[in-house]
Design a protein around this ligand. Structure first.
Ligand SMILES: Nc1ncnc2c1ncn2[C@@H]1O[C@H](COP(=O)(O)OP(=O)(O)O)[C@@H](O)[C@H]1O
Ligand code: SF4
Ligand SMILES: [Mg+2]
Length: 361
């Protein structure tokens, strides 16, 4: 950040003010999803809330891949579902293709649904075991009138081929496929309605490491062929390193850092991002051993009772008094690189950060 630049608050424009004229397809502003905690024997009453998503703003440009990263339980799946209106957000705005989609009627949402699809983490539970692939992939196409009468089998076969499966296997059941192949079926199902946006919620986390790269490559190829926009969710920064254009890092329901992927990897600003990066293995074992790993103390606090002010202060190695009193806003540190921290690593923290960072690949 240059001395003259006043940090710009993120507000609702996080990532939208793109200098290269890129156009957002998705704009999320102050999105909140709280799950009520109820108690009572005869009459339920609310005694609190799980603040799974607590005021998230970002945008995704057409054709871009945004990597959404954070530890398990930080709210990634809830955010994904709330964006796609698979669960009703508590408050906030989601604009898709320029149109507000929160509060749309079921019928209006049904019309929009084909354009925004989800790929789920678990290829075992996300496919109905009693349905054949032809139904899993073909039924949504029939429902939305995307294929002519009698044309579904051919369309399914084309999709299977596109995702690297044998088109002759359209009559098989999910259990007849391997984990990687099932995830390919999940991807074919998401593609069946010609979506513009795909939110892939940890699409490779349940797969063997050897299969992960194949699925990631497939998603990348499809993006190019079909002009897709992705939100790619992962619990570690290693997975999204080579696919994401920008990265958003989440901690306990909030985005703590957001920026161009290369910048976030090379010059992280938030201590939490640094700790995630220090855990990413690097190929050279000697360099790996020489590196200082930042091991976070304690467990992730409960989103039902998150720490005051900076939510990371209970585990942050750089915390001072102000961190437990004032919530640091997400501000632009230059070049669209946002972070929410009172002691950002780009302001004198670099030497500490450098010890823990993986060397450039
Ligand atoms: N339907 C629900 N009811 C109550 N709490 C939920 C529900 N879904 C998720 N949560 C809670 O919200 C938090 C965020 O969960 P989730 O979005 O699944 O995180 P992630 O995908 O990052 O692992 C967790 O504490 C989880 O237990
Ligand atoms: S605001 Fe304080 S506690 Fe929070 S990440 Fe920054 S240094 Fe750590
Ligand atoms: Mg999840």
């Amino acid at each position: 950040m240059s001395e003259e630049t006043e940090p710009r608050p993120a507000s609702d424009a996080v990532g939208t003010a793109s200098a290269d004229g890129a156009e957002p397809i998705l704009e999320v502003t102050d999105l909140v999803k709280h799950f009520p905690i109820k108690a009572g024997i005869l009459i339920d009453h609310e005694i609190g809330a799980v603040k799974a998503v607590d005021g998230v703003s970002f945008s995704v440009n057409r054709g871009e891949t945004l990597g959404l990263v954070g530890e398990s339980g930080c709210g990634k799946s809830t955010l994904s579902r709330a964006i796609l209106q698979l669960i009703e957000p508590t408050s906030g705005s989601v604009r898709f293709d320029g149109r507000e989609i929160t509060g749309l009627s079921r019928g209006e949402m049904r019309k929009l649904r084909p354009q925004m699809q989800m790929v789920f983490q678990d290829p075992y539970s996300s496919l109905n075991p009693r349905k054949r692939v032809a139904q899993i992939v073909g039924d949504p196409m029939k429902l939305h009138g995307i294929v002519p009468r009698g044309g579904a089998v051919k369309a399914v076969q084309e999709l299977l081929e596109r995702v690297g499966l044998n088109p002759e296997h359209y009559n098989r059941f999910p259990h007849e496929f391997s984990g990687g192949q099932r995830q390919r079926i999940g991807i074919a199902r998401a593609l069946s309605l010609n979506p513009k946006l795909i939110i892939a919620d940890e699409p490779v986390s349940a797969l063997d490491v050897s299969i992960q790269a194949q699925i990631i490559n497939l998603l990348e190829d499809l993006q190019e062929e079909l002009d897709l926009t992705y939100v790619f969710v992962a619990h570690d920064l290693g997975v999204v390193r080579h696919v994401a254009d920008r990265i958003a890092v989440m901690y306990l329901g909030k985005i703590v850092e957001l920026g161009p992927a290369a910048e976030v990897y090379a010059n992280p600003i938030h201590p939490y991002t640094l700790s995630l990066l220090s855990a990413v293995p690097i190929p050279d074992p000697r360099a790996n051993a020489a590196r200082k790993q930042i091991v976070l103390e304690g467990d992730v606090p409960s989103p039902a009772d998150p720490p005051e002010a900076c939510r990371f202060h209970t585990r942050c190695p750089f915390a001072t008094d102000v961190c437990s009193v004032e919530d640091p806003p997400l501000i632009d540190h230059g070049g669209g690189h946002f972070a929410a921290c009172h002691h950002p690593l780009d302001a004198g923290g670099k030497p500490r950060a450098a010890e823990a960072l993986p060397s450039p690949a």
